[in-house]
Design a protein around this ligand. Structure first.
Ligand code: NDP
Length: 246
């Protein structure tokens, strides 16, 4: 397997952190983006201590300039950009009647606009290289909605639609840019901390404590998609705990 330059947004915890560590251990060069510099520094150090290569740029994915700077960091550090993982996200679920407009806007800004910013920052370079891959993190909540999940589900369903259109465009252009969506179920990360409604948060915590699986499981599926031959594109994984009903 050849060494790849891989950018991960939301790399400071959870699925992003686990994926960064696994992909670095496989000999790839990692470029990590998120807002918490201290966490990113620590993860880069962990990777280096384990013999891997990584760097980071403090990034708010809602800001296009930050995301473009993250892409530029990959090029200036390692000379190319092979994989862009749009992973940053938050899940402050609540019912519409609660009117948590700030939460709705943050989800749209990060979960949806953040993905578009990532595509905008990375696609021209991938087109030029005639090679590349997007890993876009959706959710099983992007496949169906339930009480309280409306805006989160809408952003994650949006990720599915954006990814499918991008896949079709790149296939038609014969650009060798691949698109993979990962739709996880309950994964034990910091995601629940983003819920601002206390009742929803404690109910979700209880569910996650009983069912959630480790983020390393998701990392393995992402590595599998990245490590396919260049002519083979895995378009979607749905991965959830074996005991998760919905
Ligand atoms: P975590 O909360 O552990 O990780 C979320 C990451 O996103 C953090 O690194 C956080 O870093 C980053 N982030 C949040 N806001 C921004 C922003 N504005 N700019 C840049 N980075 C940001 O949760 P997960 O690892 O679970 O979440 C990763 C993805 O997986 C999300 O898209 C989530 O929706 C999705 N997912 C998770 C599931 C689960 O059960 N855990 C299930 C389905 C999907 P920082 O705060 O430092 O910026």
């Amino acid at each position: 397997m050849s060494k790849k330059v891989i950018v991960i947004t939301g790399a400071s915890s959870g699925i992003g952190e686990a994926t960064a560590k696994l992909l670095a251990s496989q000999g790839n060069q990692l470029v990590l983006g998120a807002r918490r510099a201290d966490k990113l520094q620590k993860i880069v150090k962990d990777i280096e201590t384990a013999g891997g290569e990584a760097t980071y740029a403090v990034t708010d994915v809602a800001k296009l300039d930050d995301v473009k700077a993250l892409a530029a960091k990959a090029i200036s550090s390692y000379g190319r950009l092979d994989v862009w993982m749009n992973n940053a996200g938050l899940m402050p679920q609540s019912q519409f009647i609660q009117g948590k407009v700030d939460d709705w806007n943050r989800m749209i800004d990060v979960n949806l606009r953040g993905v578009l910013n990532g595509i905008n920052a990375a696609l021209p370079t991938m087109r030029e290289q005639k090679a590349g891959q997007f890993i876009n993190i959706s959710s099983i909540a992007g496949h169906s909605a339930h009480s309280g999940s409306g805006v989160y589900s809408a952003t994650k369903a949006g990720v599915l639609m954006i990814s499918e259109a991008l896949r079709a465009e790149e296939a038609a252009a014969e650009s060798n840019v691949r698109v993979t969506v990962v739709s996880p179920g309950a994964i034990a990360t910091e995601l629940v901390n983003s819920i601002t409604d206390e009742a929803t948060k404690s109910g979700t915590e209880e569910f996650y404590n009983a069912f959630a699986i480790a983020p390393e499981r998701v990392a393995k599926t992402i590595a599998f998609a990245i490590n396919q031959e260049a002519d083979t594109e895995i378009n979607e994984f749905v991965i959830r705990p074996s005991r998760q009903v919905m």
